[in-house]
Design a protein around this ligand. Structure first.
Ligand code: SF4
Length: 117
């Protein structure tokens, strides 16, 4: 099966085709980064996950968070549920680790803004 996708690694936006029956051979790329992107998007797609968590603060009741690295797309929903019952207590600093090693992966949920009170 041949999959078509657009490379999002740079603004060129090359139209890639990835042939799953030929060891995920990539064509349409203008550089090697497109090969790596095309293969990973078909074999193990990953995403940065962004969300918010509760904060014990009348002024800022939610704090935006994100994973500091991409995680496999198949784990996104399970990772979201880890945030459901979480309540942060100020002060929260941008970059603070909210959850370490999300689902055993080598990435953390980190706060993306300061909430000082
Ligand atoms: S294949 Fe290379 S040039 Fe094309 S969009 Fe991807 S990174 Fe950019």
């Amino acid at each position: 099966m041949v999959k078509e996708l657009i490379c999002i690694v740079c603004p060129q936006g090359c139209h890639l085709t990835v042939d799953e029956e030929k060891d995920c051979q990539v064509s349409g790329n203008r550089c090697a980064r497109g090969v790596a992107y095309g293969k990973s998007e078909v074999m193990n797609p990953t995403r940065i996950l962004t969300s918010t968590v509760c904060v014990r603060s009348a002024l800022h009741p939610r704090c935006p968070v994100k994973t500091d690295r991409p995680i496999p797309k198949k784990d996104l929903l399970r990772a979201m549920t880890l945030l459901d019952d979480m309540v942060l207590v100020p002060p929260v600093r941008r970059g603070d680790v909210v959850i370490a090693k999300v689902l055993g992966h080598s990435c953390d949920f980190v706060a993306t803004r300061d909430i000082l009170e």
